[in-house]
Design a protein around this ligand. Structure first.
Ligand SMILES: *Cc1c(COP(=O)(O)O)cnc(C)c1O
Length: 358
């Protein structure tokens, strides 16, 4: 059977999390965001499983969209970064992709193109994130040019929130107010909400929500949040114990001998490391589950392996299953120990880790 390291992906959990998003924003449609290989969960399998329920998918760029389309997914696919060069427009039109427009020169490219069909455009306004988007002062001209352009079928007005995961900050409502002030008098659907806004900022829901992270069962928030607490983990990252060593107090574990046993310690070596995407920032004390029992990482994570503390656990040894995060251990908790966010842990799981779908 070989190396036991794998990611088990629960597709029904993803569909249930999508339905939670829909029920929280009951008046809205929901684009399922599956960029970065569905946050490491496998975009093709995720899209095929969700397609019956989902009106459209969102990815970063045309390369991601083509891969999903070639796999047989028929629904529209929104390019969140838009197009980079004019030659992408004929593929966008032919493949029924939707595209963000966040720069004025993209409008010129649309006006100059010869297309088989007009395309649906998501006009992106910068309301304070200052990453992508047209300035409020240029919005009206941009909208009017797109509206007049025969290569444009429909226009959705979108923006992206910088601080929606921080519930006590004023930025989200300020961004919403600038959005409303800027688009006043224009009749077109709105789209503002990512996962945290879907979960916690109902006035941002509008016509189209754009949930990503929450589909995969991780919370975008640092602290517990009533809706986020209902999410179901979709990915269980697991491996097994492949060696056991009984060490004396004073003996060291792993590279740099950075962990020194304070007492006699039973150490398990687990077949997963940063070459699989298990973070090297998972220091001593990061939780893991062995045979249903909670214990901790000790010492440095290496490329292919890491060490865990088996002292005092019952019924564990070579072959015991180890969960790094998933159904029994929240990826949010692991991310906190690594000084990062669930987004990077999910997207960091490497090609060496086979995905199994249930
Ligand atoms: C990635 C992304 C989303 C989804 O964000 P989550 O925080 O994962 O829900 C929504 N909108 C845009 C523009 C994005 O780039």
């Amino acid at each position: 059977m070989g190396r036991a390291t794998r990611a088990i992906i629960d597709l029904s959990a993803i569909c249930q999390n999508y339905n939670l998003a829909k029920s929280l924003a009951s008046g809205s449609d929901a684009v399922a965001i599956i960029k970065a290989d569905a946050y490491g969960h496998g975009a093709i399998r995720v899209a095929l499983a969700m397609e019956p329920e989902v009106p459209a998918f969102g990815v970063a760029c045309i390369e991601e969209a083509i891969e999903i389309r070639d796999a047989g997914v028929k629904k529209p696919i929104l390019l969140l970064e838009g197009f980079f060069t004019a030659d992408e427009l004929s593929t966008i039109a032919k493949q029924n992709f939707w595209t963000a427009v966040h720069r004025i020169d993209q409008i010129t490219m649309l006006e100059d193109a010869q297309l088989v069909a007009p395309v649906k455009v998501w006009l992106k306004l910068d309301t304070g994130m200052h990453r992508l988007g047209i300035d409020a002062t240029d919005f009206r001209e941009a909208y009017d040019r797109l509206h007049a352009c025969e290569n444009v079928s429909d226009i959705v007005l979108m923006s992206h929130l910088a601080c929606a995961d921080e519930l006590d900050k004023p930025h989200t409502l300020q961004q919403g107010a600038l959005f409303d002030q800027t688009v006043r008098g224009v009749s077109a659907p709105h789209s503002i909400s990512n996962s945290p806004a879907t979960l916690a900022w109902p006035t941002m829901h509008r016509d189209w929500i754009r949930p990503g992270l929450m589909l995969y069962g991780a919370s975008p928030f640092e602290a517990s949040q009533v809706n986020a607490d209902k999410l179901l983990a979709a990915m269980t990252l697991e491996s097994e114990v492949i060696a056991v060593h009984d060490l004396q107090a004073g003996e060291a574990v792993g590279y740099a001998a950075s962990y020194v046993c304070e007492e006699n310690t039973c150490v398990g070596t687990v077949a997963i490391g940063y070459g699989d995407g298990y973070s090297r920032h998972a220091g001593t004390g990061t939780p893991v589950i062995v045979n249903g029992q909670r214990t901790r990482i000790i010492g440095r994570v290496s490329m292919d392996m890491c060490a865990i503390d088996l002292t005092g656990l019952t019924n564990v040894g070579v072959g015991s299953k180890v969960e790094l995060w998933g159904a029994q251990l929240s990826v949010n908790e692991v991310a906190r120990h690594c000084g990062t966010i669930p987004y990077t842990l999910f997207t960091g799981v490497t090609r060496r880790v086979p995905r199994y779908y249930i």
